[in-house]
Ligand binder design. Structure first.
Ligand code: FES
Length: 111
């Protein structure tokens, strides 16, 4: 089973956490099930960027980014080359190292 290592985040996961997951599970669902409260203002509709995360290891194993994710992701705070929206990610069979950015932007509230 792939392991997911959430790096420490001051508010959401101060000590970091390693979680075992199953293939095809959604990353945001895994985080929530393990009490890592990544925001999800649009309830996984891919329009808010509050679930932005950075995949430091294992990004090549993930489901491909789709056009709608790519479009909204480009507006995320702290965007990096390995940024993804956790609500759009399905786990594959490789371990991941995940950073939750310090800030996010909620585009639902911005309009
Ligand atoms: S929960 Fe809104 S984009 Fe992921």
């Amino acid at each position: 089973m792939p392991k997911i290592f959430f790096l420490p985040h001051k508010k959401i996961c101060p000590n970091g956490l390693i979680i075992e997951s199953k293939k095809n599970e959604n990353l945001l669902d895994i985080a929530h099930r393990n009490n890592i409260k990544i925001e999800n203002a649009c309830k996984k509709s891919c329009i808010c960027t509050t679930c932005h995360c950075i995949i430091h290891k294992g990004s090549n194993s993930l489901s491909n980014i789709k056009e709608n994710e790519d479009n909204i992701l480009n507006k995320a705070w702290g965007l990096e080359i390995k940024s993804r929206l956790s609500c759009q990610i399905k786990i594959n069979n490789r371990d991941l190292v995940i950073e939750i950015p310090m800030y996010n932007i909620n585009y639902i509230n911005e309009y």
